[in-house]
Design a protein around this ligand. Structure first.
Ligand code: DQA
Length: 148
């Protein structure tokens, strides 16, 4: 059974109360349920994590990379939050491990402030998704399942 990693970066633990007009009313626990249901549809195992710390996200990307090297990773769905727009280190971790990355954003970042239009991750991503709300997580797992 292959594994899907779903990683969430800074402030995504606040989903449900954080700017609901932008991010919706569902919580991170709801997002985990969406991911679990999607993985169950395809017989995929789920690793779901959130951290406000860049280094923790990098450590999980490295772990996903070891699974990828063993042929046991379906892919990594990463909502890096604001680190998307700042972190060379996260992009280097993806590039260095060779993980199949889907970059995901709940909101349509291109319809927001200009500083959200650039992503360090897009260049190392297999695909980029934004603007589908939290439903995007399930759609990203659907896509990874079809890539297997
Ligand atoms: C986000 C968009 C980012 O610009 C922002 O910093 C976030 C969330 C999204 O899911 O829409 O924290 O990644």
């Amino acid at each position: 059974m292959k594994t899907v990693f779903v990683l969430n970066g800074p402030n995504l633990n606040l989903l449900g109360t954080r700017e609901p007009a932008v991010y919706g009313a569902q919580t991170l626990a709801d997002v985990e349920q969406i991911c679990a249901a999607a993985c169950a549809r395809y017989g995929l195992a789920l690793r779901f994590h959130q951290s406000n710390h860049e280094g923790a996200l990098i450590d999980w990307i490295h772990e996903a990379g070891r699974l990828q090297a063993a042929g046991e990773l379906a892919g990594l769905v990463l909502n890096a939050g604001a680190y998307t727009h700042t972190s060379v280190a996260l992009a280097d971790a993806v590039k260095g491990t060779g993980v199949t990355l889907i970059e995901l954003h709940i909101s349509n970042v291109h319809a927001r402030e200009p500083f959200r239009h650039h992503s360090y991750l897009s260049a190392v991503a297999r695909a980029v998704m934004c603007g589908f709300g939290v439903a995007g997580y399930g759609l990203a797992i659907d896509a990874l399942a079809q890539m297997q």
